[in-house]
Design a protein around this ligand. Structure first.
Ligand SMILES: [Fe+2]
Length: 277
């Protein structure tokens, strides 16, 4: 099952990414796997056509008035008791999270962002590149497909993603800053590697990578095991990124606490109420 018959050619650059050809698709998957193995992340530059990227960025900016503003100091490990931990332990560190977050229910189903996310061929491509037998789109009413907007001075502090597979699509790069920095595979399910995580947070260049990113690039990395941050944005042009979530289980939803943390609410708004805003 390739699921590419319905490839949205108005969104995906099918001249550059030959997803409708067996050999073309296999080559894309092989290159993605190679990059993941060598670099800890895979980047597909120009995956979305420039005109579609512009439409997606405009769609997200139109949704900014209904987005949730986050201005928090958060730790990468949630609320951890300081008892028995040294003061510089990475579990106790807090860094700024300052951004607007656009939730799934704000997007129009017929709009370019949701249309790309709902395309089964993308889900299949992601699972093949990550060498997963099967992945599903997350079924969360707010988090499954979302976007973040970082304006001047905004940043996304050090964190691990709470689920295994979050794919990013950069829709608009800022004039300066807004750099995505990550420490590939710095921890595993069995080894938390706190000393290395602390060193990464302190800027140890031997642990950190900064992949080149331009608007239209699809970015895959294992955010649950790779601590990462987005540095403060400079200049007036906003940094806009769409985030697509997948899981090994069908119908996966995030906790109400996670939704509240990111979007300031736990439930989807009725569509009529969304339209009325
Ligand atoms: Fe993240």
């Amino acid at each position: 099952m390739q699921g590419t018959a319905d490839a949205p050619g108005d969104l995906v650059d099918l001249d550059r990414y030959l997803l409708n050809s067996e050999s073309g698709r296999a080559a894309i998957i092989a290159e993605g796997r190679r990059q993941l193995a060598v670099d800890g992340c895979a980047i597909l530059p120009g995956f979305v056509r420039p005109d579609a990227v512009a439409r997606m960025a405009a769609e997200v900016m139109d949704l900014l008035p209904g987005a949730h503003r986050r201005d928090l100091m958060l730790g990468a490990y949630g609320d951890v008791s300081a008892e028995g931990l040294p003061s510089d332990d990475p579990r106790l560190r807090r860094t700024p999270y300052s951004m607007h977050a656009v939730a799934t229910d704000q997007f129009e189903p017929a709009g370019p962002v949701l249309r790309l996310y709902m395309w089964d061929g993308l889900t299949q491509l992601i699972s093949d590149m990550l060498d997963e037998p099967v992945l599903y789109r997350v079924a969360d009413p707010l988090m499954s497909c979302n976007a973040t907007i970082l304006g001047e001075g905004d940043q996304h502090g050090w964190h691990f993603d709470s689920n295994d597979f979050v794919i990013s699509l950069l829709l608009q790069a800022p004039e300066g800053g807004g750099r995505f920095i990550f420490a590939p595979g710095i921890r595993s399910d069995s080894e938390p590697s706190y000393a290395d995580v602390a060193a990464a947070m302190d800027g140890d260049a031997s642990l950190l990578r900064e992949p080149p990113m331009e608007a239209g690039a699809l970015i895959l990395f294992r955010g649950k095991y790779s601590i990462h941050r987005v540095t403060p944005v400079t200049g007036t042009r906003k940094r806009i990124i769409a985030l697509f979530s997948y899981d090994r289980r069908p119908d996966m939803q995030f906790s109400e606490r996670s939704r509240l943390n990111v979007f300031g609410r736990t439930q989807a708004r009725p569509r009529s109420a969304v339209a009325a805003e």
